[in-house]
Design a protein around this ligand. Structure first.
Ligand SMILES: Cc1cc2nc3c(=O)[nH]c(=O)nc-3n(C[C@H](O)[C@H](O)[C@H](O)COP(=O)(O)OP(=O)(O)OC[C@H]3O[C@@H](n4cnc5c(N)ncnc54)[C@H](O)[C@@H]3O)c2cc1C
Length: 497
């Protein structure tokens, strides 16, 4: 009979959970990762469809791989950086029929925009200079090889911080809109410079500048995809975890986290009970507290805070296998001046994002073939789709399929004629595979001002890691959070069984 006793159990194999697991295992802890899906990686998986076509479940581009990038530092620390071939993405912004390619060099992008918007030349120059300086200042906390930012602690360090980091300090509490509008007025240009706000939520110009500076890293230092699909990153982390003597299991659904006298005891799953004095939940915080723990274990005030947690945005995603390669390898964000209606789904769509991973990475499609994915925002509404009958749900998906084929016909008519098969994912699909509350893609929204939900729960030995806590969504962010949780656990010195 298997011995199911561990130092640490991680529920969920998202990148945040795996980062924490690898860190703790490398420090000699006996860790097991329990994953309900048949693949590791959560939103960072790559699945194969008939004919050998490969699609990424979510992640298309990874940041934090620059010289002072925490993802680079973490992978280097564990000897993984060289195990992955990184392919650099190219971005493009479209506004109706206007096309703006974003060159790989940040300064070239600036110069191109000055030619396109001569009346904004001065502001563009100022914005690009300030933005890069603020970005570099923000990343000094990771120098020389840190994964967890070194926050100024002593009085002296705190006093010195504004003088040492004047650009970051000046703008870190502003919204992205305030920062941009201090330099630039043209609304299309502002949208162009905000094309990746969707990578961290649906706040658009209200997204905090401190968050958006990391997103600008995609243009300053580059955004990359692992050759073979984003799932390669998760696979590498699992391989490393096992090389440290720990383990990870798929098809293992955590039904509840067992608690006695306000202390974690282990996890009850469809494959039996697993025991440990420390559990890290890598699942959505609201789901963790409501379903895995049960609100009764919490104080009335804490219960109320959990009930207030709202899901982040969700999306509709359409994927197609093509008999020919897609027209471009660029990641395109396309804004419409006139929104497109999806009456059956009750959706109004003012922009789409599309890309073909197989165009950049030929290993993702059979010889001479291609793939394309079109995505657009949707409210986190898994229960809306779940309460429908099969036929009604099918009709909703048919409308999405038809409209996406129309989008594709306008973008690449040859590709549209060569569709072999297509699939639609809704918030219901996201909920099924990621188990987030209402099928949100970035977990529940944090209340950053009050630091809720925090990495440490009110239950002894229970910690949270992932997109719903700490730094928020995105691979770079969850790597930082995962490493932070691991350090917190190590510094709390738990007793090993
Ligand atoms: C469509 C989409 C596109 C994205 N694009 C990008 C991008 O280009 N770049 C980028 O940096 N980020 C991107 N993101 C965001 C990024 O992928 C996520 O923020 C990040 O991967 C979340 O990691 P996580 O650690 O929170 O775990 P998650 O990825 O949320 O994984 C949690 C895991 O827990 C498992 N789980 C849940 N409940 C249970 C249970 N009861 N028992 C066992 N297992 C359970 C789930 O199956 C899942 O595998 C995208 C996300 C999505 C959804």
């Amino acid at each position: 009979m298997e011995n199911h006793h561990y130092d640490v159990i991680v529920v969920g194999s998202g990148i945040g959970g795996l980062t924490a697991a690898v860190d703790l295992a490398s420090h000699g802890k006996k860790v097991t990762v329990l994953e309900q899906h048949y693949m590791f990686g959560g939103a960072c998986t790559t699945y194969t469809r008939k004919g050998g076509f490969k699609f990424d479940a979510g992640v298309e581009s990874i940041s934090g791989l620059g010289k002072q990038g925490p993802v680079r530092h973490f992978l280097q620390r564990h000897g993984m950086m060289e195990n992955i071939t990184w392919l650099k993405n190219t971005y493009e912004f479209r506004y109706d029929d206007e096309i703006f390619e974003i060159p790989h060099k940040y300064e070239e992008w600036r110069d191109r925009l000055i030619v396109q918007y001569p009346h904004e030349a001065y502001g563009i120059k100022q914005f690009f200079t300030t933005c890069k300086a603020a970005y570099e200042e923000k990343y000094t906390v990771f120098a020389p090889d840190r994964v967890i930012p070194r926050i100024p602690k002593t009085k002296g360090e705190m006093m010195e911080y504004p003088a040492k980091n004047p650009n970051y300090f000046r703008w870190m509490r502003s919204t992205w809109g305030e920062f941009l509008q201090a330099f630039i007025q043209d609304s299309v240009l502002i949208q162009n410079l905000s094309m990746l706000t969707g990578y961290v939520g649906d706040l658009g110009l209200k997204t905090p500048t401190s968050t958006m500076l990391s997103i600008m890293g995609y243009f300053i230092e580059g955004g990359y995809r692992p050759q073979g699909g984003s799932g390669i990153l998760a696979d590498q982390l699992v391989k490393k975890l096992r090389s440290y003597g720990s383990e990870a299991r798929i098809n293992t659904h955590a039904d509840s986290i067992m608690i006695e006298e306000n202390q974690v005891k282990g996890v009850r799953t469809n494959k039996g009970d697993f025991f440990a004095p420390v559990v890290i939940s890598n699942t959505d915080p609201r789901v963790t507290y409501e379903k895995l723990i049960g609100l009764d274990c919490l104080s009335a005030a804490y219960q109320e805070k959990v009930r207030q947690l709202e899901p982040s945005m969700s999306l509709i995603s359409w994927s197609a296998a093509l008999q020919t390669p897609f027209i471009t390898e660029r990641l395109i964000s396309h804004k419409f001046s006139k929104p497109v209606e999806f009456p059956a789904n009750g959706l109004t769509v003012d922009g789409i994002a599309y890309h073909s991973a197989a165009r950049l990475d030929e290993s993702l499609a059979p010889n001479g073939c291609g793939t394309v994915v079109i995505m657009f925002k949707a409210s986190p509404s898994a229960s809306y789709y779940q309460q429908m009958g099969e036929q009604q749900y099918l009709q909703r998906k048919q409308e999405i399929d038809m409209k996406c084929r129309e989008f594709l016909a306008a973008i690449d008519p040859i590709a549209e004629k060569s569709i072999l098969f297509s699939e639609v994912a809704t918030p219901k699909t996201v909920e099924r595979y990621m188990k987030t509350y209402e099928g949100s893609i970035y977990s529940t929204k944090m209340d950053k001002e009050n630091g809720f939900p925090s990495l440490q729960s009110p239950i002894g030995g229970l910690y949270l890691a992932g997109a719903g806590v700490g730094e928020g969504p995105g691979i770079e962010a969850v790597v930082i959070t995962g490493a932070t949780v691991a350090e917190l656990i190590r510094s709390n010195e738990f007793t090993c069984i």
